[in-house]
Design a protein around this ligand. Structure first.
Ligand code: NAD
Length: 498
């Protein structure tokens, strides 16, 4: 049954002031309307930011361990609702249930991890250079944070941003992707149930231009944290630069798995299947290129294609499904467009390359797992993010060439190498230009207590998750307490050693 969802502003569930709504349909079955959501605009953002700014005045004064207690409660509630959240997420976004359960689990893990920071969030005490003077640095909240998220991790990504932001004492306005607003609404409802005071957590749904842009531009929003495409990230960074706002960006990837001549090939095939076709290839860390040493290229390719042919494409709610649909029609057109480009560029289509159809599949945006062989590093399909179940195989002659090819794109999010040679593994860890390197594991599978993010066009130097995310959501203040009772001039007064 389709639900009528609302915005959440200042502790109240509310419609867009215009009364407009948009539909959220199941990508595995477009006849199913999951729900309708407020199609908001700048006026709704204005109200949400005002509510957040008001709430921030008292929220920042709540001791961090007490703020954290609400996150522990949030984690417990998420765990209680894990199954129904996962079902809803599969219905609105398409990935298979095992994966949507994992997505909720990531939110639970993030709740408990961020809550722990309530009793840490360490600053530093150090020595002052003048006598009778005390020096320390502390973290302070920033204010109202605008959070803009994509659809591929409808629970995990909003929690990566909201939970650390809240434990640091900020108030937030979340604008989720229009393909996955239902999971976001449920998450915000759980935060309210956990006891977050009105205005600390706000949700406004609607399009990127009508809702995202006014949120980024609003003068009371001090920080924008964005996860999405590099194209939109660049535009947001330009606005934030103009207005001197803080801005953290997590953007696209073109992740490579290297398979060396000494690799355990069955393990490498397992990793490639999961990395390339998990989440139907719609992960920022998805394996989009596989770089094969020439000595094993033919054997690996044969085994990969044989296994990929057996993958079951289907509705993520069906127990046997391994590869769900793409998120929407536009995404399927975009993926197919890249496949056509690959064929024109001269890459060899080894399998797939078209929408998956027949029976119930005709009702959704399914696409066949697709493997291209004979890809060269400069081809468009080896350079641009496809964000679908399409993987390009590139053959190289040496380890050095493999690293060079892996580094030869504008992106730098995740990477992987399969080898039994510990020396090569360490050189790869050092030399691959990426925020994440896996050894003998696929390019996907980040854990929440390690920093997450990438280099080059994948971001602007920030990291989510881990303790590093605190640097995004708090400002440092250095504090000097002079108890000498006289004016002391640093760098000028001479301190006599007796
Ligand atoms: P997208 O950039 O189209 O949209 C992301 C969000 O930005 C959505 O909420 C959208 O409504 C909003 N938006 C769009 N235009 C906007 C504008 N002008 N101003 C403000 N907000 C705007 O990305 P998507 O299609 O939702 O997600 C896929 C992309 O996200 C891929 O490129 C993927 O690699 C990237 N991604 C990156 C990470 C990471 O951590 N590095 C994680 C997941 C996804």
């Amino acid at each position: 049954m389709a639900e009528t969802f609302k915005n959440f502003i200042g502790g109240e569930w509310t419609d867009a002031a215009s009364g407009k709504r948009f539909e959220n349909r199941n990508p595995a079955n477009r006849d199913e309307l999951v729900g309708t959501h407020p199609d908001s605009d700048a006026g709704d953002i204005e109200r949400a930011v005002a509510a957040a700014a008001k709430a921030f005045r008292s929220w920042r004064l709540v001791p961090a361990p007490k703020r954290a207690e609400l996150l522990y409660r949030t984690g417990e509630l998420l765990a209680q609702h894990k199954e129904d959240l996962a079902q809803l997420m599969t219905r609105e976004m398409g990935k298979v249930l095992a994966e949507t359960r994992g997505d909720v689990q990531e939110g639970i893990d993030t709740a408990f991890y961020a809550a722990g920071e309530g009793r840490r969030m360490y600053g530093e005490t150090t020595n002052a250079e003048m006598p009778n003077k005390f020096a320390m640095s502390i973290r302070l909240p920033i204010g109202v944070c605008g959070l803009i998220t994509p659809w591929n991790f409808p629970m995990a990504i909003p929690t990566w941003k909201m939970f650390p932001a809240l434990v640091c004492g900020n108030a937030v306005v979340l604008k989720p992707a229009s393909d996955t607003p239902a999971t976001a609404a449920r998450l915000v409802g759980i935060l309210a149930e956990a006891g977050f005071p009105p205005g600390t957590v706000n949700l406004v749904t609607g399009g990127g231009g009508r809702v995202g842009t006014p949120l980024v531009e609003h003068s009371s929003v001090r920080l924008v944290s964005f996860t999405g495409s590099s194209e939109v990230g660049r535009a947001i960074a330009a606005t934030c630069g103009q207005k001197l706002k803080l801005c953290s960006l997590e953007l696209g990837g073109k992740n490579a798995q290297i398979v060396m001549d000494d690799a355990d090939l069955d393990l490498a095939v397992d990793g490639a299947l999961w990395g390339a076709f998990g989440t139907t290839g719609q992960r920022c860390t998805a394996t989009s290129r596989i770089i094969l040493h020439e000595a094993i290229a033919a054997t690996f390719t044969e085994r990969l294609v044989a296994r990929a042919r057996k993958l079951r494409v289907g509705d993520g709610l069906e127990p046997g499904s391994e590869v769900g649909p793409l998120v929407n029609e536009g995404q399927r057109e975009s993926v197919h467009g890249y496949v056509e480009i690959g064929k024109k560029e001269g890459a060899k289509l080894l399998m797939g390359g078209k929408p998956a159809t027949g029976g119930a599949l005709d009702r959704g945006w399914f696409y066949e797992p697709t493997v291209f062989g004979g890809v060269t590093p400069s081809m468009c399909i080896a350079q641009e993010e496809i964000f679908g179940p399409v993987v390009s195989l590139i053959t190289v002659k040496s380890f050095e060439e493999a690293i060079q090819v892996a580094n030869g794109t504008p992106y730098g999010l995740s990477s992987s190498i399969y080898t039994r040679d510990v020396n090569r593994a360490h050189v790869a860890i050092r030399d691959i230009e990426a925020g994440i390197t896996y050894v003998n594991g696929p390019t996907i599978g980040a854990e929440v207590h390690l920093p997450f993010g990438g280099v080059k066009d994948t971001g602007n130097g920030h990291r989510e998750s881990g303790k590093q995310v605190l640097d995004v959501f708090s400002e440092w203040k250095s504090v000097y307490v002079d108890y000498s009772g006289r004016l002391q001039k640093a760098q000028i007064d001479e301190v006599k050693i007796q």
